[in-house]
Ligand binder design. Structure first.
Ligand SMILES: *[C@@H]1O[C@H](CO)[C@@H](O)[C@H](O)[C@H]1NC(C)=O
Ligand SMILES: *[C@@H]1O[C@H](CO)[C@@H](O)[C@H](O)[C@H]1NC(C)=O
Ligand SMILES: *[C@@H]1O[C@H](CO)[C@@H](O)[C@H](O)[C@H]1NC(C)=O
Length: 457
């Protein structure tokens, strides 16, 4: 069809229904080659090529529900810096409340001005709004939160960065604690109906962005610390039940998306799912017992039973302040990561699995099915201690040896609002307080850049 002019080709594309599928005039046959699916332990794009992620978490689940830092630096400059690290992945944690408020407002998106002033008060909020518009002149006071998010996703696309929306906390605020009301399905601020509604909304919105190839169900689930907590039935059965509802919601709204599943205990544990053990009786930290399990037929989770079976990848987190894991040597960390779910990558069991043989959380078991697993949160202070952190060194080794996708916490500097205070500095953030420079340049050069390179070349 060489005789067709460019214009005629464009018209033909519109006629065939592909005309509006790609933002920024990208042809769907160009990067990012969506949609993606899973194939054994790998994520593959529409061409069948393996894709890995290396990136960072950019929080937007604080009280204002707008990504942090935009009043200090433009979205395009922030994304240039991310691209400068060689990263290809942004995990953006939003709050379900962001969608609740749209429904409360009869379908209307919440403006910058309204969002910031609600979070910071009239006086401080007004100057933050002004600075945000000064740095991002495309926006006005009336620009809505989802419009901002769309602009950021488009800017990320220009830099070949994938955006992974993550339902970080049901009610906007700093995450995560056992007693924050968003710990578990049905917790005070965590309505399952609002959550699935938010997942549907975001999945539907994501359809206009080729570089959103995946989204998460929920961030770090944890036992809710409220009176009569057993009424919540925090365990493997209720995890799988609710995550299935969430996956159905996403898949119905947007069947192209990959869906990431997170685990119990702040997303440290997916062992019963990846190992195919009995969900009624498999051990888990602080879980509520299914007392009749000994007399019941075993229940085993099998991704292949679901329409979205080849759309799911697992995500796990690990921090040194874990409540239940041994962080005392790299050997034991690797063994626990294997047990927690990285076994689904089909790797050999690490040597120190021998030490877990009689552990109360269970031994290392081979995976019941190969499935991709990513490490989507970990982090530490961005200062000289980063260079000597045995934990960071260990995760770097583990992800590199086993070809694991990852995202560090966090692309931040200062927080607009955090735990009731305004303009909060964050020692773990990659940027300094003013988002001007990297907080710890030596860490960028010696840790983050080479780690990204080792992951995605
Ligand atoms: C407003 O900003 C000032 C200066 O940063 C701070 O001292 C004050 O606590 C802020 N107001 C509120 C309501 O947090
Ligand atoms: C669910 O969303 C509605 C608005 O549609 C809101 O009024 C309600 O408070 C939300 N529920 C929870 C638990 O946040
Ligand atoms: C979701 O979790 C709640 C709280 O644990 C539980 O009561 C409910 O049965 C779960 N839903 C499903 C479909 O498993």
């Amino acid at each position: 069809m060489v005789w067709l002019s460019g214009l005629a080709l464009a018209a033909l594309a519109v006629f065939l229904g592909h005309g509006s599928a790609a933002p920024n005039g990208n042809c769907p046959r160009d990067w990012p080659y969506a949609p993606f699916k899973t194939e054994g332990r790998d994520i593959v794009n529409a061409k069948g090529d393996k894709v890995k992620f290396a990136g960072v978490n950019w929080p937007m689940s604080g009280e204002s529900m707008i990504p942090e830092g935009l009043e200090k630096k433009s979205a395009s400059d922030i994304l240039d810096d991310v691209a400068g690290l060689g990263m290809n992945f942004l995990r953006m944690g939003y709050s379900a409340q962001m969608v609740d408020e749209i429904y409360q407002a009869g379908g209307e998106d919440i403006s910058i001005e309204k969002a910031i002033i609600a979070a910071m008060g009239e006086q401080n909020g007004t100057s933050v709004v002004e600075n945000m518009i000064k740095h991002n002149p495309k926006w006005t006071r009336e620009t809505g939160r989802f419009e901002i998010w769309s602009d950021i996703v488009n800017l990320a696309a220009e830099r070949h960065i994938y955006v992974h929306p993550d339902m970080h906390i049901a009610k906007a605020g700093w995450c995560c604690g056992h007693a924050d009301g968003s710990a578990w399905f049905g917790d005070e601020d965590f309505s399952v109906a609002n959550w699935t509604r938010a997942l549907s909304y975001v999945a539907d919105w994501a359809a206009q962005h080729d570089n959103i190839v995946s989204m998460a169900l929920v961030n770090e689930l944890r036992q809710p610390w409220v009176e009569n907590y057993p009424k919540f039935g925090y365990n493997w059965m209720t995890l799988v039940g609710n995550m299935t509802l969430g996956s159905d919601a996403i898949h119905k709204a947007n069947p192209d998306l990959l869906i990431s599943w997170s685990g119990l205990q702040f997303d440290e544990d997916l062992s019963a799912l990846t190992s195919g053990t009995n969900l009624l009786s498999a051990p888990c930290y602080m879980c509520v017992s299914n007392r009749e399990a000994p007399r019941m037929d075993p229940v085993v989770f099998n991704l292949a039973d679901h329409a979205w079976g080849d759309k799911v990848f697992y995500e796990l987190h690990l921090y040194t302040m874990t409540e239940d894991l041994d962080m005392g040597s790299c050997g034991i960390i690797k063994a626990q990561l294997y047990r927690a779910g990285f076994n689904a990558l089909g790797m050999d069991p690490p040597e120190d699995c021998a030490l877990l043989e009689n552990h109360w959380l269970g031994p290392c078991r081979p995976a019941s099915r190969l499935t991709p697993v990513a490490m989507t949160e970990f982090g530490t202070a961005q200062d000289a201690s980063l260079l000597s952190s045995a934990y960071i060194q260990c995760l770097r080794e583990f992800t590199t040896e086993n070809d694991v996708s990852w995202a560090v916490w966090a692309l931040a500097g200062s927080y607009r609002v955090r735990s009731g205070k305004q303009e909060v500095d964050d020692t773990w953030a990659l940027f300094d307080f003013n988002w001007d420079n990297w907080r710890f340049q030596e860490g960028i050069d010696k840790v983050w850049k080479p780690w990204v390179k080792a992951t995605i070349g």
